[in-house]
Design a protein around this ligand. Sequence first.
Ligand SMILES: Nc1ncnc2c1ncn2[C@@H]1O[C@H](COP(=O)(O)OP(=O)(O)OP(=O)(O)O)[C@@H](O)[C@H]1O
Ligand SMILES: [Mg+2]
Length: 472
Amino acid sequence: MQSDPNSALYYRTKGWDFIERGQELFNDPQKPNDKKKGYLIFKKGLECMLNYAKREPNHDIVDKIRNKMNEWLKQAKEMELVVYPPGSEKENIDHHDPFPINSHDLPGPQPSNDKRNDRSISPRPRPRPKSPITSPSVHKKKLVEGDNEKMVNNLNNAIITEKPNISWDDIAGLEQAKRSLQEAVIYPIRYPNLFEGMRTPWKGILLYGPPGTGKTFLAKACASEADSTFFSVSAADLMSKFVGESEKLIKTMFKMARESKPAIIFIDEIDSLLSARSDNENEATKRVKTQFLVEMQGVGNDDAGILVLGATNIPWVLDPAVRRRFEKRIYIPLPDIYARHALFVNQLSKTPNALHPEDLDYLCTHTEGYSGADINILIRDACYGPLRKVQVATHFMPVEALPDGRPIYQPCDPSEPGAQPMNMLDIPGDQLRLKLVSMEDFGEALKKTKPSVSQKDLKQQEEFTQQYGIEG
Ligand SMILES: Nc1ncnc2c1ncn2[C@@H]1O[C@H](COP(=O)(O)OP(=O)(O)OP(=O)(O)O)[C@@H](O)[C@H]1O
Ligand SMILES: [Mg+2]
């Protein structure tokens, strides 16, 4: 698979890199949904370390790796328990475990004949699954012959191998944008015969609009719904991590995309990569932009089946040549009243609440100018209302009983019949019940949460749309 499979150094570097990144991702409190990804990267690191140990001639070093491996395997086990808690399907685990680690793979003498010790570093051996974690619609990672190994590996990490699990239906409103994206990413693959003559599939789509309106969210839906290899590259990452290598990276990325078509290259916050060229910017950034333009133009390359999807909230800073290469520029506006309604209904379905349909109407009309992200924050803030109430409550009353007969308490007004003077800390966790989220909580949240998009920003977006936008 790799260009130099025998290099111990190669596996060691890769192993450490994966192990550290896996741990980091798994423990990142900002990314609770990425635990599984972190766990799989971590295990990939362990596999690399095993490969390294097999190639390392120095027995002392191998012994050290063996010791470390015990620690890592323990960690992997703990991670596995979090990712696949007991009771979740075991078969599922096997299916999702593309890098089964077996202590017998370790070279050199075993540390001791103690069977218990052996067991501790050897979780139940599992058969290598026939298919990797990639879902049928997401292609296996590919390496391109002759390319810089490190670069290809970095790019491999940008390929989304697990679907984000966001469907078109999760997106409130934005019907035209959804239709355009389906037209670009779903239909050409499913119904290729419909795309002939001038009806060629779109090669570049730019999603632009105010912050928090669902541009990245839409791209995630594409990754979930499309039968394509999905490269997700953040412009900031490309520029900061690989200074000097950026243009080669872009070249390799397009090459890899061509090798694994149909493919979608998604570049979030594209403005930071492809803003208008100026005389006083440095050579490296200029070369990146030129390379990108060349690749998007696809000179001499067969670019059918490659879609570049870009997202930005400041489209006016893009280089005019880049702008032209995004044949479709779709405005993702603030949600209208119907979209806001859908957002409220969707989010509130996840929390027990005491809202009536007319309350929803009130909320929708009073959140004009809020973005989808603002509405999410508003709802979250309101959902904290019952928790705040319970913290300051001076009286509670029993509302129900547990199977063992102990009462369940809810905060109440001191004047209510059955009210007992107590505070939250007097009540054990299983006997405490929050009140339902109410309109009063939303009233409080509305006072505190303000829209994050300014009129000035909106005006700029609308001006850009009038001048360059193409309706979805
Ligand atoms: N139309 C929508 N439907 C459903 N959820 C939405 C919608 N718009 C925004 N959201 C919610 O808001 C969050 C933020 O949206 P997202 O990250 O896609 O914004 P963005 O347009 O990419 O913003 P930015 O330009 O700042 O990157 C999403 O995770 C999603 O929960
Ligand atoms: Mg975004």
